[in-house]
Design a protein around this ligand. Sequence first.
Ligand SMILES: [Zn+2]
Length: 328
Amino acid sequence: MSMVIRSLEPYQDFLAPQYQNFPRGNYVNILMIRETLSETIFRTEGAAGPGLNKEFVRLTAGGEPVPRVVITKRKQVAVERRTGRELLRRFDMLYSANQKGGEDNICALNRNNPCEKCIDCMLYGYAVGGGGAQRSRVITQDAYSLLPAGDIAEERTFNATYDDGTMRDPINKEPSRALSENEYVKPHSHFLDVQVLKDVMAEELVYVLGNLLRSTRYGAVSSRVGRVTNHIIGITFSTCELYSNLELTEEVAGLLPEEPELPLLTQDLVPPVRETAARLAGQACGRVQEMPPEELDQLVAEVRQLYRQEEGLQALLRQLEGKYPDRG
Ligand SMILES: [Zn+2]
């Protein structure tokens, strides 16, 4: 019996019924406000450098570029893939990368041994030295803080001193880097982000939504702080790519009062972000169909319900897996 996600039935036009080898240009645009719920340090995945990831971004045409904190696309995808793969591992849905079998050969991130058949490999993509490759169908972009870094970042110096109470290393006399290493993003800071899925099946959309709703740790691994929640505030189906995170952030930031009261409230941001996104989507050269907010709420509720009782979820994921090629 085929399991369906009821809230997605009206949008079948934009979802693939089966896995397709060739792209058709159907997009699902997931609009999110990512919000920090604790002090958080964002760094490039794998980078050990001090300080937050920042980039100077021009706010308005002719305006001064303002430094904004960045959550890199690499970081976003790494966190969300790990969340999904935990689930697949629990369900024994990660496979051996070769004929040898054994724990060491099971599909793993960054070990150069993708199994080429699990949901993670098929959806987020893989490349192997010897030839096989699957392009990622999850398209991400760097997300910029809505407010300038100066408004949302804070420096902590409480543990910046060495044993001798100075700010210089007593051995090599290097100045302490702890000051910049302890630069945090404050709680209730917001990042606007659109995650775009290309040519996906309904079950794949559910899997990605699950990863977004369940991922909470986007901060630097070493920092042990950094709780983030992803508010999914819009889904738009389209036959072309819509706007960029940068355009969206610039437009919404331009609507904020010059000296906004901080922290901003997420509920106050939802209407202007939705309206701006809809306006930008309206400039697209292709078919665009927006999911009304009440239908989106239903879909999110349906996904949450599915993840609460894992039998149904596992059945859905097995059904999805059965649609991938070369599985026997
Ligand atoms: Zn795999």
